[in-house]
Design a protein. Sequence first.
Length: 288
Amino acid sequence: MTKGISRRIDAHHHYWHYSRAEFDWITEEVAALRRDFLPAEMNSERSGVGVTASVAVQAREQTEETRWLLQLAEEEPSIWGVVGWLPLTDRRLPAIIEEFSGHSRLRGLRHVVQKEEDGFLDQVDFNDGLRAMGQYSDFSLVFDLLIRSRQLPEAIRFVDRHPNQTFVLDHVAKPAIAQGEMFPWATDLLELGRRRNVCCKISGMVTEAAWQNWTTEQLEPYFQTALNAFGPDRLMIGSDWPVLTVACTYQRWWGVVDRWISSLSDEEQRWILGENAIRIYALPQEAS
């Protein structure tokens, strides 16, 4: 564990009650994920590496799941924020946002764009929904971008339409690390990073590599590219637990991160390990 770091925030992980019908993306290849993952287990994992608190992120595109995650956050003090899902293209969106306006731990929204057809982020109704998200809420919500590397050019166009919206790129846009993809991913990531309203999560990388054979050295160029693109003031760390566990333990992931950031100043390490997540998501903090 890096010395002198006061707070570590896991800026990206999931909870779920498993059912085959609602989690059809959990295939036989990742059958170990076909069970419940709940706060008691996460608390055991995070205590072993000094993680203070976390941001729980949606796994299903259901308003009901957002309600459930917010209920968990009311019961579990380690959940400092929730990135949920709301139907941004629904005509009733203003009323739906009003329903959630009293939940201080709702800090962002996300849509699973990685499964959509190319050009989804160019659609008028989705862009209108994002504008409405800011217009009708009296609380500032971040929008998490869950995309694959091929979708970076349309994400850049999307971000440019919303210069006053804060975005967080999940999983460094999921380059095909197992196949050694660096370009055009790196070029596109550097271009996206020129937008100061976009931040990036160092997360989801081991599951884009060869699960049983990845190394810290293999992943490091992807981390360094993200660091070059966004700087230490716009990076945060997420585990993507429990998806992480098909390729890596929770403890090993944080050890990898510590190694990557060891050459940075203490202040920069504090930013990346926790302070950026607190600032960018405006997390309402509690002792855990």
